[in-house]
Write a protein that binds this ligand. Structure first.
Ligand SMILES: Cc1ncc(COP(=O)(O)O)c(C=O)c1O
Length: 375
């Protein structure tokens, strides 16, 4: 109980929401949120749904719609807030299908499936205004909220002198709730949470929580995990940490991009994303250029990356990317130099790399267990 109190107090100080529901990780928060808020025929807009987010929306019978600004879909184009939602597209969607079919709008900060790119406060306010006009709740997928806050400090006029914590508080004040994976900007090994200001939703969510996760004072987590998250959320907002994080990710991006490797520009907060369609232009999306490249990086040097593209999202894939996510506080510069060297070796022999064909797929989240063969 004291661990839960410390956890709840920290979350409330930063996020400001009335109800804080612990879960074992982010996707459990998503499943509970969409089970309670969505029904068949509903539509959930997001800048870009992450894979588990899309799958949980669809599992609840609703449709997941990505409404990213056009700048965000062009890997080579540098733009400070490539995670922004296309506000005009959101309004058109509401006009077309009606607000009644949209139980909530989500914004993913930073936008993991779209290159780890931030959303500006200006864009969040504009989305908020549309939501308010139509009485639609706005939820944040907050996994990398601290990195997003730091990008706002670096890139958005008027926020240079704000602390990341102040910016985070302003971000969350625009929402009605959030989902969170504490394995990201909670700096924890496991955990997550779901927040809302709505009493009736919270009650339904806690009832579902008890069914599969645990009691609302632990949600499947051990006391030490709750304590770790309470500390991690604070540390993730420290400017020294955020500076080191953003600069070391950019170091990797710069060193491969300087040698011609096509990446999503500018580099994201937690990861560098290689543009696999541009890296392997001879492999069409249906032959999974991102997976082919991820396999080559593993064979070359044991580098574990992940495809974010046609295998993950099928017809919804706007790009074929390979994400090089950088674990926090793990690697030194020489590790990253090794990764740079390996990527450049693969870049040299890119014309010999062939595509893949799918031999097994599960009915949802197929990329987790898919089997493929070289063509
Ligand atoms: C943006 C985003 N949302 C949701 C999740 C799901 O979180 P978890 O892996 O804790 O279930 C992730 C995980 O990577 C994520 O990046």
């Amino acid at each position: 109980m004291p661990s839960f109190e410390r956890f709840r107090q920290t979350v409330q100080e930063i996020f400001g929401y009335k109800h804080v529901i612990p879960t074992h990780q982010g996707r459990a928060a998503e499943r509970i949120l969409f089970s309670v808020m969505c029904k068949k025929g509903d539509v959930v807009p997001n800048n870009t749904h992450f894979d588990t987010t899309r799958a949980n929306v669809e599992f609840a019978g609703a449709e997941a719609v990505d409404l990213l600004v056009p700048e965000g879909k062009d890997p080579a184009r540098s733009y400070p807030f490539k995670g922004n939602m296309d506000v005009a597209a959101l309004e058109q969607l509401i006009d077309r299908i009606g607000a009644r079919r949209i139980p909530l709008v989500m914004l993913t900060i930073t936008n993991n499936s779209g290159g780890g790119q931030p959303v500006s406060l200006e864009n969040m306010r504009a989305v908020r205004a549309v939501c308010q006009r139509h009485a639609i709740p706005l939820y944040l997928d907050a996994c990398r909220f601290a990195e997003n806050a730091y990008f706002i400090k670096l890139r958005e006029r008027g926020y240079e002198h704000h602390t990341p914590r102040q910016i985070a508080q302003e971000i969350f004040s625009l929402g009605d709730g959030c989902t969170m994976s504490a394995k990201k900007d909670g700096l924890a090994n496991i955990g997550g949470f779901l927040c809302t200001n709505n009493d009736s939703l919270a009650q339904q969510e806690e009832n579902l929580l008890i069914l599969t996760e645990g009691y609302p004072t632990y949600g499947g987590l051990a006391g030490r995990d709750l304590e770790a998250i309470a500390v991690g959320l604070r540390e993730a907002l420290e400017e020294d940490y955020l500076h080191y994080r953003i600069v070391s990710t950019a170091y990797l991006g710069r060193h491969i991009a300087d040698q011609g490797v096509p990446i999503v520009q500018p580099p994201g907060g937690h990861a560098v994303y290689i543009d696999a369609r541009a890296f392997l232009p001879n492999i069409p999306p249906e032959h999974f250029p991102g997976v082919a490249l991820a396999c080559e990086l593993f064979l070359e040097a044991g580098i574990r990356s992940v495809e974010i593209g046609t295998l993950m999202f099928g017809q919804h894939a706007a790009m074929d990317l390979v994400r090089l996510a950088i674990p926090r506080r793990v690697y030194t510069q020489s590790h990253i130099d090794y990764v740079v060297e390996a990527i450049l070796n693969v870049w040299q022999r890119r014309e010999q790399i062939s595509g893949l064909k799918l031999t097994y797929q599960a009915p949802f989240l197929r990329h987790f267990t898919a089997q493929l063969q070289p063509l």
